[in-house]
Design a protein around this ligand. Structure first.
Ligand SMILES: [Zn+2]
Length: 617
């Protein structure tokens, strides 16, 4: 009875079905295509990552390896991003460049299917000896890239590499074969993706086995990242997990994979409760207001409940993207808007902060406060974050819509159009006009397929975000009284005819947000939010140091659209921020560090004057 999607409440609407013509996202997509992708391909060539494949494939001479041992994965992630870009924005030149790189990957794959250039070149006798050496992590990213490139171009050369690699894993590891506990999760969700593309159940079963091996005691080896440690979520069996632990990117990929396996209907009873527990712990006790996760630099990950320091916050860009991946899967699994609330929070804030507005510079670490000196770089020695941005931005349309059996679901308000196919086979086109996230008003026009005279009955589900206190709905201009709510969605269930309109208006006042009292770092402080956007203050806007800034409780704050600032944003301003120190201005957190490299910044602002005596103590 295993289908590919049996447990899901909602189905994904792939971004290729979603045309984005949105004043917020379109400039990011243009910067991605013209700058980020080009930067990534240039840097990977410069760093020698591409040449590693040429040497491993004996296309050029030499057996030395350049870079970090896991750098293959960066190239795979950029290919995945290029594939996504090609799906919505065809580009023969880019496709030719990627085809040539794929030829190098084909050459680098060994006869038995093994693929990882570090081991082929530098340590062929050390394969599969250290579980912390990212062999399957790299393989997982290859599989994701291969599925994406096949879907984008119809070409299956890279997919055949992925299948050969997955078959190699399947022949080597599993029940009655060798043990393996991969030190960095990723392979598990990738195998599910490969299963969905090929229908080959062995890949799904291998993903499940790899998940079940965690915490079995089979991970102990001599590697510096021992998979039996909490750092790799390998200290206990995954069914016993209560909290989000360890390295945050690893954790997010693990939880995403568990959600995938659950939604495949494989082990229908086991993981859902675990995921709910860990979700609750993550978003209520271990997540920043920006959607950042992983508060500590020491383990690049989770520590204790409510331990959320601001200036030392790690909040790796990859972890925020990982949280988007996980929350999206949870939304589809449960059909509940609260998961999309978290998805939106990470998308519009912590993940988006990972790349500059021009698409050229990247944050690895996303603190919520800086006294200065923290700036986006054009590249990173460990390039996991730029390459993750390269695949995240072009797939942003994945998160806009979903479908149920007889429902069309709007998760993210975004201007453009989409073709949706409901579970029962009905089709509908939705055209959306909005200035979201700057305005809370969106007008949707509905075009059901088929006989327009008879109309088409289905439910339109519109997410009422967690930040929104008051929402109104108009259908064909008439107000809807007593809006029906279902799992965080406003439901309009009716017979639709071509050109019917729904106007949703989400009240979007400037809000003061307070942290849980157990978060010591935010005592006496306030954060500012308007709609899904979290704000920060930047040193460039103030004469005094930001930690001397006080935003009085009675200061009236207002949003103002400024098209001349940061690519067009709503700034939040108010009266005197501190007696005699001029006006107050806050800008969106995602856009910080674009006017001044390495300037100071703070999300949490003093609302009461800090007690100097206590501070000195
Ligand atoms: Zn990263």
């Amino acid at each position: 009875m295993y289908g590919t999607e049996v447990r899901k409440t909602f189905r994904q609407v792939p971004f290729a079905q979603v045309a984005i013509e949105d004043s917020f996202w379109t400039p990011r997509l243009v910067a991605h295509k013209n700058v980020t992708l080009q930067t990534c391909l240039f840097e990977l060539a410069l760093k020698g990552t591409i040449a590693n494949f040429s040497r491993a494939g004996k296309i050029i001479e030499g057996t030395f390896f350049e870079g970090y041992f896991f750098d293959d994965s960066d190239l795979y992630k950029v290919i995945e991003g290029a594939a996504y870009s090609l799906m919505t924005s065809p580009d023969p030149l880019l496709e030719t460049r990627i085809d040539r790189i794929i030829d190098l990957i084909v050459a680098a794959q060994e006869d038995d299917g093994y693929l990882m250039t570090y081991f082929t070149l530098e340590a062929p006798d050390q394969k599969w000896t250290e579980m912390g050496k990212h062999e399957m992590y790299c393989g997982g990213h290859l599989m994701e890239a291969a599925v994406a490139y096949k879907q984008a171009t119809g070409k299956r050369k890279l997919l055949d590499v992925a299948i050969k690699l997955a078959d190699h894993y399947d022949a080597t590891f599993g029940p009655g074969k060798r043990y393996w506990v991969e030190g960095h999760e990723e392979i598990e969700l990738a195998l599910v993706k490969l299963y969905r593309e090929t229908g080959e159940k062995r890949y799904r079963d291998l993903a499940k086995w790899l998940l079940e091996e965690r915490g079995s005691g089979h991970g102990a080896d001599e590697s510096w990242y021992n998979p039996d440690q909490e750092f790799c979520q390998g200290n206990i069996p995954i069914r016993e997990m209560e909290k989000a632990v360890g390295h945050a990117v690893r954790a997010m990929y693990l939880y995403a994979a568990m959600t995938d396996v659950t939604s495949c209907g494989h082990d229908p009873e086991g993981y859902a409760d675990v995921l709910d527990r860990v979700w609750d712990n993550t978003v209520n006790k271990r997540m920043y207001v920006t959607g950042g996760v992983g508060s500590s630099r020491d383990n690049e990950g989770f520590t204790e409940d409510y331990d959320l320091p601001n200036d030392t916050a790690y909040c790796e860009t990859c972890a925020s993207i990982g949280l988007v991946l996980w929350s999206h899967r949870m939304n589809l699994l449960h059909g509940d808007a609260s998961y999309a609330d978290v998805m939106e929070r990470a998308m519009f804030n912590s993940a988006l902060a990972g790349v500059s507005l021009d698409g050229f510079r990247f944050f690895y670490v996303n603190p919520l406060a800086s006294k200065g000196g923290h700036a986006r770089s054009t590249w990173h020695g460990c390039a996991c974050c730029p390459s993750n941005i390269a695949r995240f931005i072009p797939s942003i349309g994945n998160y806009t819509y979903a479908t149920g059996e007889r429902s069309a679901v709007v998760n993210i308000y975004q201007q453009g159009s989409a073709k949706l196919k409901l579970g029962n086979g009905q089709s509908v086109r939705i055209v959306q006009r909005t200035e979201y996230p700057w305005e809370g008003r969106s007008k949707l026009t509905i075009y059901p397929a088929g006989d327009a005279a008879d109309g088409s009955a289905f439910a339109l589900l519109l997410r009422k975000p967690d930040w929104c206190g008051q929402a109104t709905l108009l259908v064909n201009g008439y107000p809807v009284e007593n809006i029906t709510m279902e799992k965080g969605y406003m439901v309009v269930d009716r017979v639709w005819r071509d050109g019917d309109t729904v106007t949703v208006d989400l009240a979007m006042p400037v809000e003061r947000v307070y942290a849980h009292p157990k978060v010591k770092a935010n005592e006496g402080k306030v954060a500012i939010r308007r709609g899904p956007i979290v704000y920060c203050v930047e040193g460039v806007d103030f004469r005094q140091p930001l930690d001397e800034l006080v935003l009085d409780r009675d200061t009236v704050l207002a949003g103002e659209k400024r098209d001349d600032l940061l690519g067009g944003v709503v700034v939040v301003s108010g009266g005197a921020a501190d007696a005699g120190e001029g006006g107050f201005r806050a800008v969106p957190y995602y856009a910080w560090g674009n006017r001044e490299l390495g300037g100071s910044m703070a999300v949490w602002i003093n609302e009461v004057r800090p007690d100097r005596g206590i501070e000195a103590g």
